[in-house]
Structures are given as C-alpha cells and as structure tokens.
Design a protein around this ligand. Structure first.
Ligand SMILES: Cc1cc2nc3c(=O)[nH]c(=O)nc-3n(C[C@H](O)[C@H](O)[C@H](O)COP(=O)(O)O)c2cc1C
Length: 181
C-alpha cells in the first residue's frame, strides 16, 4: 500500500472482531513510530504496549478508575471496545515544563508518531482509533499506563481487525482552507 492510499483510506474504527495483533506487528509499529520527525532529536515519545493477552489488566484498571456514576454508566461501551480490540498502544510524551516551545514541539512529534502507528497498522490490515476518552486515559489510569510524573499521555491507540466498514468523515475541501501566494 502506498502512503497516499494509506492516508486516504484510513478511518477511525472502534468495532473490531476480537483478533489479537501479533507481537511482531506491534514491534513493527513501534519501529515506525520512532521515525517521526522531532525537533532537536528530543525523541520525546514513550510507549506502553498492551497486547490482547494483557487486556484483563486494562479492563480491571478501567473499572477501578470509574468511580462516579457517570463514569460507571460508560463502562459497557468501553468493555465492548476492549472485547473487539486486538491490542492497544499508549503514546506518552516526556514533558519540558521549563521550555514551552519544546513542550509544544514534542507534543507535535508524539502526535506524528501516533499517526505513523495508525498508518502502519492500516498498511498491514489493522484498523485503529486514537482515544483521549477519560474512561481510558483519565488521570486515575496513569499508573496503569506507566505515565511518569514528567510525562503526559498523548493518547491511546486501539488496534484490531475492523468488523465494520467505516464511511469517510467529510472534510472541507483543501482549497477552502488554504491560501496560496
Ligand atoms: C488528539 C485526538 C484525540 C482523539 N480522541 C478521540 C476519542 O477520544 N474518541 C474517539 O472516538 N475518537 C477520537 N479521535 C479520533 C477522531 O475522532 C477521528 O480521527 C475523527 O473523527 C476523524 O475520523 P477519521 O479518523 O476516520 O478520519 C481522536 C483523534 C485525535 C487526533
């Protein structure tokens, strides 16, 4: 699959068929992630890989973190996602609290690393979606994701074999959001 095709056909998927991702594919995705551009070679990314076989721990942590009625009411939905997904990768950023510019650039680099994971997965036939949902990434889950005190959780990417076709979400035409000189 060429990069253009990967970009144009990747969609966010949340409904997966339960197939686990092999460790070799997860390793490959990390290898792609670390080739993201990053200013001054800060390589600000850290990853927490949760293969399907460790989802029991994730589900336990998600339940433990849901300590309000509102959070508990959403557990069913989260459980469905976990039942279908084949792995998860959390992308964490090492922060630079004394350097706002570097901190912003490093967040951008981590976002690009995340997209490398999504596109590389798609190339191998794995769908994905990136979540910042509090039920999966809220502060109470920091210990589970091993987010250190000097880090932030940029997002969690769930991966799996798509069980549904996802329509493209409409984009405004490129011409309408660009100025040319
Ligand atoms: C920073 C970021 C956070 C996101 N958080 C969520 C999320 O919490 N839940 C979700 O369903 N999708 C999330 N998404 C995925 C977007 O909703 C999705 O990319 C968007 O709907 C466009 O659809 P597409 O990815 O199929 O093109 C997130 C995407 C980004 C870049």
């Amino acid at each position: 699959m060429h990069v253009t095709q990967a970009i144009l056909t990747r969609r966010s998927h949340k409904v997966f068929d339960g197939t686990p991702l092999p460790d070799t594919d997860l390793q490959h995705l990390l290898e792609l992630a670390i080739w993201a551009p990053n200013h001054k070679f800060t390589e600000p990314w850290r990853f927490t890989v949760v293969p399907k076989r460790a989802f029991g721990q994730l589900w336990q942590a998600v339940q433990d973190a849901a300590d309000t009625d509102k959070a508990r009411s959403k557990l069913g939905k989260l459980q469905e996602i976990l039942a279908g997904a084949g792995a998860a990768i959390a992308v964490r950023q090492v922060r630079s609290p004394d350097n706002a510019e570097r901190d912003l650039e490093d967040y951008a680099a981590c976002a690009i690393a995340s997209q490398h994971i999504q596109l590389g997965a798609w190339e191998r036939g794995w769908a994905s979606y990136w979540t910042t949902s509090p039920g999966f990434v809220g502060g109470k889950l920091a210990a589970f994701w091993q987010t250190a005190a000097d880090e932030r959780l940029v997002g969690v990417i769930f991966l799996g074999k798509a069980a549904l076709e996802m329509p493209a979400v409409r984009r405004h035409a490129a011409a309408s959001v660009a100025v040319w000189l």
